[in-house]
Design a protein around this ligand. Sequence first.
Ligand SMILES: O=C1O[C@H](COP(=O)(O)O)[C@@H](O)[C@H](O)[C@H]1O
Length: 256
Amino acid sequence: MSEASVAVHADADLLAQAVAARLVVKLLDAQAERGAASIVLTGGRIAAAVHRAVLTLPAHDAVDWSRVDIWWGDERFLPAGDPERNETQARAALLDLVPLDPARVHPMPATDGPTGDDPETGAAAYAEELARAARPGHAALPHFDVLMLGVGEDGHVASVFPEHPVHHDTRPVSAVRGSPKPPPVRTTLTLPAINTAEEVWLVASGADKARAVGMALAGAGPKQLPAAGVQGVSRTLWLLDRAAAADVPARLRSLR
Ligand SMILES: O=C1O[C@H](COP(=O)(O)O)[C@@H](O)[C@H](O)[C@H]1O
């Protein structure tokens, strides 16, 4: 498992541009090595800015988007097309604007979809979809080149919230009820599933994230602060703006 590293950028715009540039390079590298790339998207404000920034980079045209698998780390359990869904936001900002193969886009279930309005059924269906994409002879998950996460003010990542029963779920995908952040019903990859990704990038901007980011990097417990329990297989990278990095120990920072 990887040590965490931290890159700090001056503000939210530069952070979004830098994450977008890293993402495009990551996709190109993965396609050069394996012929395809697999990424896991997150929701939230900075994620939307990253998605928009990808399109502004001329190099995004060098990616073969038809050979990119898109997964989600969590989803708000709402009808398809609801503006609050992470999928809807990602489609509007990026996915509908690049030539993806629809068969390689794997949104988490919606309440009005074929798996129905029971989040446990939806979570089980997503786990099956992940398992179908797993490499033969490997665990129940596909290879993820990079998995991106936002970080909540309370330290949540994906829809793994502090002190929530989701921490006891050992399956890769869990239904979440009673989320402290609306909407209350969600589906999420669990921390063990998140930590199978080759690289995990935690992206946070703004002063309201500084306390959670600082505590996670100072070694808080993952049940109290889920972001502290995230570790990519070969890399765990915190990508922050200056405001979100205010409480990061100086020895961990590199200002870009
Ligand atoms: O509800 C959610 O929030 C988090 C963080 O969002 P932000 O707007 O504070 O950056 C996000 O990472 C997660 O995917 C989403 O479902």
